[in-house]
Design a binder for this molecule. Sequence first.
Ligand SMILES: [Zn+2]
Length: 250
Amino acid sequence: MGFHLDNLALPESSRKEPTLTEMTEKAIKILQKNQEQGFFLLVESSNIDKGHHAGVAAKSLYETLQLDEAVTLALTLTDADDTLIIVTADHSHAMSMVGYPSRGNPILGKVEEPSDVDFLPFTTLLYAISPGASVNASREDITSVDTSGADYRQQAAVPRSKSPHAGEDVAVYAHGTMSHLFRGVYEQTYVAHAAAFAACIGTHTDYNSEHCRQAHAAAGAPLLLPSDSMSAFVYVIVRVYVSALLVFFF
Ligand SMILES: [Zn+2]
C-alpha cells in the first residue's frame, strides 16, 4: 500500500488503491453478512509506522487521519451494545512535538521563535533519530524551506537510515461492550488477554462470569474449551456476548 497522502495527490480517476476506510468498510460488511455469527477484525494502519520510519511526519499524520476516519466508520456500522472496538499502538516513534509553537500554528510549520543558540528556525515536529539529521555538518537553515510538503523530512538529532521505534507507553482506547477493561496504561500483552476475556475465548472463558453466562444462554450452545482449534476460536466469537470485536492498531 502506498501512502494516503501520495494517493491524494493523484487525480481521482488514477487512484488504484483503496483507502484504509474503504477496506475497513468492505471487511465489516462482508463479516456482517452472517448475522448469526460474530467476528473478529484486526485493522492495521501500518503506514503511520512507515511514514515515521522515513522521518516524514506529513505522511504519518495523513495516515492517522485515515485511521480516525476508519474508526469513525466502524462506530457507525456496528452496535456498541454487542461490539468492542479497541484502538491502540504496538509502540511509539521518535517524533516529538516541541518548541512552544503558538496556538493555531500549522502542525507541519516552523515554530515562530528560532533557536536561541544557533538562531536558526526549527519545525514543531522533530525526530530524535532519523534520516533527516545532518551528518558531520551543522544544522540546515530551513528559513526558505516549505516544511509542509508531502515529502519534507523533519530535522533530527542523530542520523540513522531509518527512524527507529521508541519506548513510551502508548494509549489504549476502547468503545462498546466490555470497554471498561481498558482504562489507563497497560503492559502490552494485557490487551490481547483482556480482549480474549471480553469475548469469552479460550483460557479466558470464565464460566462463572455474567457476560459469559449471558453469551452461553443467548447462543444455546456450549462454550468451547481452551484446547479447541482456531475454527473453534471463530465459533466462540459467534456465540459470545461480544459478538464483534474490532481491533485497530498502528
Ligand atoms: Zn515499525
